[in-house]
Design a protein around this ligand. Structure first.
Ligand code: PEP
Ligand code: MG
Length: 331
């Protein structure tokens, strides 16, 4: 009496009309992976290691790689926080494995592209022990980030720890739907050095089906696409950095935020170059920046231009999916 009756409606995402490109998800926190996997999706186009490091680790990797070098107080704190693990270094590796494997398992057998770390020095400095190891840079956004870290001796051990964890998820746990992506590669030489360093730590392109993607997010990447693509299975376009660097607009400055537009003709020209190069060479090309999540017209433009996949924010995937699928049906 008085009880309300609820009708349970099972949504059947499998019966949704297919959009004209793969629509993938950007996933941040591993804890959300299983619920996000219930949204319609073709896999994960971008999982940033920074989120796993921030939420599941919280300590600078160099502080974990070499505890003996730490001042007494920091060392005590690091040892206390990592006491449940065989060593502080293992704490880092195990936590990355846990976070990455959770996302890969939640979405498997669909592809899950995990990106190697791309913290800027000011962001690393915020981790426990970070102030001991990080330089103070005037422009961290243009500084020591992405591939330039992996190719610097003082970061080599930290990079080894990341690679070890990803290799374990693929080769030991069998989650071979995991693909790896390299961010912020300025030059072809940085690309080859990174590929060599990954191989030295057991992440070899093609071995056990491993695909390695490169973020296309610096104008140099689109301008010399053919040369970069010799070393990768494809591009995932980072429209956030690509727009920042093409228009010279600081992503972090409110003052110039109005000038930040991924649909500017100069950005579109570079997007077109990157897409064409990949399609011509038979390589993968997706986009994982904010652009198509924020602007449906850009999503449509990318499809017309030949993009193979778009990785969207969770709140954008259903509306974008329905809109794009409807457009194709009308054709
Ligand atoms: C991008 O630059 O578009 C991107 C996806 O990477 P991030 O936002 O992490 O720099
Ligand atoms: Mg970026």
């Amino acid at each position: 009496e008085g009880a309300r009756r609820f009708e349970v409606v099972e949504t059947d995402v499998q019966s949704m009309p297919e959009p004209p490109a793969q629509l993938m998800l950007n996933v941040a926190i591993p804890d959300q992976a299983y619920s996000l996997a219930r949204l319609p999706n073709h896999g994960v186009g971008l999982a940033r290691l920074e989120f796993i490091i921030n939420t599941m680790i919280g300590i600078h990797p160099r502080a974990l790689a070499d505890v003996t070098s730490l001042p007494e107080e920091v060392r005590a704190e690091v040892l206390a926080r990592t006491a449940a693990y065989p060593s502080p270094r293992d704490f880092f590796v195990h936590r990355i494995i846990e976070g990455v494997a959770t996302i890969a398992a939640a979405f498997g057998p669909k592809p899950v592209i995990v990106r190697l770390s791309d913290f800027k020095s000011n962001e690393y400095a915020g981790l426990l022990g970070g102030d001991l190891f990080e330089p103070e840079e005037e422009n961290p956004m243009l500084g020591w980030r992405g591939a330039s870290r992996y190719t610097t001796p003082s970061f080599a051990e930290c990079f080894a720890m990341e690679c070890e964890a990803l290799r374990y998820v693929r080769d030991e746990m069998g989650l071979t739907n995991l693909e790896v992506m390299v961010p912020f590669v300025r030059t072809v030489s940085e690309a080859t050095q990174t590929i060599d360093a990954m191989a030295a730590h057991g992440l070899r392109r093609g071995v056990n089906g491993l695909e390695v993607m490169m973020m296309c997010e610096i104008p140099s990447n689109a301008l010399l696409a053919d040369l970069f693509l010799e070393h990768f299975d494809g591009f995932s376009i980072g429209s956030n950095d690509l727009t920042q660097l093409t228009l010279g607009v600081d992503r972090d400055s409110e003052l110039v935020a109005a000038s930040f537009d991924e649909r500017d003709g100069a950005v579109l020209a570079l997007l077109g170059m990157a897409i064409d190069a990949c399609n011509r060479l038979g390589k993968y090309v997706g986009i994982c920046g904010q652009g198509p999540s924020d602007h449906l017209d850009l999503a449509r433009w990318l499809i017309d231009r030949g993009i193979q996949s778009m990785s969207l924010n969770a709140d954008a995937i259903v509306p974008t999916w329905l809109e794009l699928a409807a457009v194709t049906e009308r054709v």
